[in-house]
Design a binder for this molecule. Structure first.
Ligand SMILES: CC(C)(COP(=O)(O)OP(=O)(O)OC[C@H]1O[C@@H](n2cnc3c(N)ncnc32)[C@H](O)[C@@H]1OP(=O)(O)O)[C@@H](O)C(=O)NCCC(=O)NCCS
Length: 129
């Protein structure tokens, strides 16, 4: 039986074209740029859940599965996995479209943890309004 192709998990939270300025010494896209896209994208979900300012406290299970090239369309998908008192774990996947001959594929995945914070940067409980 044919296996079902993998689909992105979560909602589309950001899209960008990878540019030459974002490359590493190998000519592929720099991992730090990819992480920044993921952090920004996942924070969209965290801010909406917390309904206030959030900050990144941890990144777990970061996997770079395939390189990203200049000109690739880079899409981030994010989904709330777990909510604590002040923290939220968000699953993030990066999917890349190169051209119409190659199906979109997941290049990077990780779990970002955010904490809801007050104006002094201290953790505050997430209100369920
Ligand atoms: C995030 C921050 C406010 C948390 O402060 P803290 O004093 O550690 O807070 P607490 O110990 O009360 O933990 C708050 C929550 O974060 C969670 N947490 C703390 N450290 C964590 C870690 N390393 N991994 C996962 N969760 C963590 C706790 O489990 C807790 O969750 P809960 O309330 O849902 O149970 C503080 O660590 C901070 O300001 N860090 C710098 C954040 C930053 O600058 N981010 C940007 C970097 S790019």
């Amino acid at each position: 039986m044919a296996t079902k192709p993998r689909q992105p998990k979560g909602e589309l939270v950001s899209r960008a074209i990878a540019m030459p300025a974002d490359t590493n010494a190998n000519g592929d896209i720099f991992g730090g740029w990819v992480m920044a896209q993921m952090d920004l994208g996942a924070s969209v979900v965290a801010r909406r859940v917390a309904k206030r300012r959030v900050t990144t406290v941890a990144v777990d299970a970061m996997s770079f599965l395939y390189p990203i090239s200049v000109g690739d369309l880079v899409s981030c998908y994010a989904q709330l996995m777990q909510q604590g008192n002040t923290s939220m774990k968000i699953n993030v996947e990066v999917w890349v479209e190169r051209n119409i001959a190659i199906d979109p594929h997941c290049t990077t995945e990780a779990i970002f943890t955010y904490v809801a914070i007050d104006e002094n940067g201290r953790p505050v409980p997430i209100c369920l309004r």
